[in-house]
Design a protein around this ligand. Structure first.
Ligand SMILES: [Zn+2]
Ligand SMILES: [Zn+2]
Length: 188
């Protein structure tokens, strides 16, 4: 659920954005924005969301599930330069087979372990196996977030209800503030 707020200071709920349980740590979410045409400058803003340790753990394992497949880059690179350096394909192909197969096996094994670990660390109340918050971008004081848990999004919106922008009237009504006004700019 996408939520936009216009505020210098955002109120963050004390519950975990993934499982809605008690948060016992802070987790940093960054948004990076590129500005400029000839000289490109990147600016990063970070938000420290209260998070719970088990959700932090499962989202980390989920994120790193494909990381070991990168190992196959080494035999690919070596084989490429060997072929460019006129090493015979009769040597390069067996070399590639011998080293790429274990890399793939390691990659798949790591992926399976990560997925099992992520599932084991998650709870039935978890909104996702990955990260429950996405800090997308900002424009001036308007911050753009995406929350995987709808219940968390409602909590967040309630705590920042006077700072919401581009919020749908039905959502406002659900928040118990059907009269509108303030920063509300309709259904953007
Ligand atoms: Zn949690
Ligand atoms: Zn979770």
């Amino acid at each position: 659920m996408r939520v936009q707020v216009s505020a210098r200071k955002i109120v963050l709920p004390r519950s975990c954005p993934c499982c809605l349980g008690d948060a016992n740590m802070l987790r940093r979410f960054d948004a990076t924005r590129m500005t400029g045409v000839r000289v490109v400058r990147s600016t990063t803003r970070s938000w420290d969301f209260p998070y719970c340790e088990s959700c932090d753990s499962h989202s980390f394992q989920w994120k790193s599930r494909n990381s070991r497949f990168g190992l196959i880059g080494f035999p690919i690179l070596i084989s490429f330069f060997a072929l460019v350096g006129k090493v015979s394909a009769a040597v390069v192909i067996p070399f590639f087979m011998v080293f790429s197969v274990p890399c793939m096996v390691l990659g798949f094994r790591h992926r399976r372990r990560s997925l099992e670990g992520a599932r084991a660390a998650s709870k039935p109340t978890c909104a996702t196996l990955g990260a429950a918050v996405e800090s997308r971008s900002w424009n001036g004081s308007v911050q753009d977030f995406r929350f995987l848990s709808k219940s968390y999004a409602i909590q967040f919106m309630w705590q920042n209800r006077r700072k919401l922008v581009n919020v749908h009237p039905t959502v406002l009504a659900a928040l118990g503030r059907s009269e509108g006004g303030g920063h509300v700019q309709g259904d953007g």
